[in-house]
Design a protein around this ligand. Sequence first.
Ligand code: NDP
Length: 295
Amino acid sequence: MKLLDGKKVSEFILKEVKEEIDQYISQKHLGYDLSRPSMAIVLVGNNPASESYVRGKIKACEKAQINHKIIRFEEDITAYDLLNEIKYLNKSHFDGFIVQLPLPNHIEPNSIINEISAYKDIDGFHPLNFGKMALGQKSMRPATAYGILKLIQHYKIPTNGKHVVVVGRSNIVGKPVSIMLGNDFDIGRATVTSCDIHTPKKLLKEETQKADIVIVAVGQAGFLTSNMIKEGAVVIDVGINRLETGKLVGDCDFQEVSTKAGFLTPVPGGVGPMTIAGLILNTFEAWKMKNLIEK
Ligand code: NDP
């Protein structure tokens, strides 16, 4: 079994992005001095998991030399005040920004996400970006799905015509990764089966057992066991679950699955860093769009 080292691939992407930015800046695109890309992160309250994810994003910005700022609000901020902040950020100098999820219960996340300018939506959650992504058009891509595809691409894992089963159908992970793998992304078009909580257990197992690639994003430790996959399958574990012991694990029974899978992502160190790489790639894209730089 080969580990799909998201940490290493993410480092590689961040270095590449930094060097490309350096190059554009040194070339003085269209004769203008360019400032480095910039990202803002809106953080509401002090959820420890969110704090940790934000620290990871800041570290990545530092590595890619992307300017960054955390904008903090108390847990009891009103939806109205948060929306005003979004409107300000839409007009600000930041090339892109995210609102770290989850938000407190009194704020409906879609009411906030839908107000983010699609051009600055580096999480790729805005309906316009999601729609363009689904149509296979150039857009900000949902960051986790983007990261997963870059990981698959880095390890040259064939997807064209392959059977992929995605377990979990959330708007931020399962749904976009299913759509992107079925589109002509740079790595070819897979045959995708999408499962969720309504999929009968027996059917789900029959599907995962046949799959060349299984992507599991349900948020349940030990969900995917070795008897659910075929020998040599590629397994991408998106889940992040904290056990009572404090240990972080994915949705796979890692010990078991690692004895049968051909490729497997570790947790931590697999999809997590690749999500951040996706965010950085989107920020770079937003910066290029603003400065009219074509690829
Ligand atoms: P959601 O809870 O939004 O979605 C989970 C999905 O799994 C839903 O579609 C749900 O179905 C489905 N599901 C739940 N139980 C089952 C089951 N028994 N059988 C089949 N499908 C099931 O979670 P997210 O998509 O946001 O996140 C999933 C996991 O990935 C979490 O652990 C999260 O922490 C992690 N995550 C990791 C990221 C990373 O960078 N590594 C990024 C984002 C998330 P239904 O919709 O019908 O309820």
